[in-house]
Design a protein around this ligand. Structure first.
Ligand SMILES: [Zn+2]
Length: 61
């Protein structure tokens, strides 16, 4: 699973999301940033910033 924690971009925010696909994590993160943090312009470097902060979660096997 891929994990993105909003606090890596917006200190203090407790929101996070996880999904199998990186693209899905990015999509949800962009949606969250728009709705909660008022980020109306989805700039190219914002997507890059999100991708740079996505972590790979190893399965608990
Ligand atoms: Zn947030």
């Amino acid at each position: 699973m891929r994990l993105f924690e909003c606090a890596t971009l917006v200190p203090g925010c407790q929101w996070h999301t996880r999904a199998e696909e990186e693209a899905e994590v990015v999509r949800r993160a962009v949606e969250h940033l728009r709705e909660v943090h008022g980020e109306t312009l989805v700039r190219e470097n914002m997507v890059e910033n999100i991708k740079a902060r996505i972590r790979q979660e190893n399965p608990a096997a």
